[in-house]
Design a protein around this ligand. Sequence first.
Ligand code: SF4
Length: 233
Amino acid sequence: MTTATRSERFRQLAEAASVELADASALDALEWTARTFGESWIVASNMQDAVLIDLAVKVKPDVDVLFLETGYHFAETIGTRDAVDLVYPQVRIINAEAEQSVADQEAEFGLLNRTDPNRCCHLRKVIPLRRTLAGYDAWVTGVRRVDAPTRANTPIVQWDERNGLVKINPIAAWSDEEFNGYIAEHGILENPLVQAGYPSIGCAPCTAKPLPGADARSGRWAGLAKTECGLHG
Ligand code: SF4
């Protein structure tokens, strides 16, 4: 099958599923994903919590999990990743890294996260993500509509034009109450920084506590116009 034929086939599949699964539960969306894509799908996690991983292992115990190892994470985030590895031993965690180490990048360009965060995210997140996703037909994300105004229209299934594969957002419709209820009810692993007041966790240099009453993602790249890494929008 040529690349163009494959893309067209998956685009049509995603468009049909977007309608059929518009109101699907998270587990129904994941069961469809496992049925449709077999081994060729991966769950992205920023290791803020293991909600999505816990749901995914119910339909595929040895699911692949993508972690963007930017080299700039909080120690707590790396610790959460390692805890996921212990709690879900069948899961295969894939650490997607940039071509340059942090030390080499800083030697060549300085602190891009301060001077040009879009370029830093491109080098350390967007390119490693794209390279990893090239080996799959679908990816699953934990994006929720309540995360930020930019995510308010997130569908359960969509065609990801930029990366050329199907994107499934099983918990897109979950409220904060449903999300936190799942964590409490199932004893799900959570990054300790969440309880320390960080409701949205990215790389350490670009994550601050939001001001009281501000939206959860407002602590990401605080003080800059940037609100997204370039992974989802
Ligand atoms: Fe760089 Fe910050 Fe983007 Fe991480 S979030 S890749 S440190 S700019």
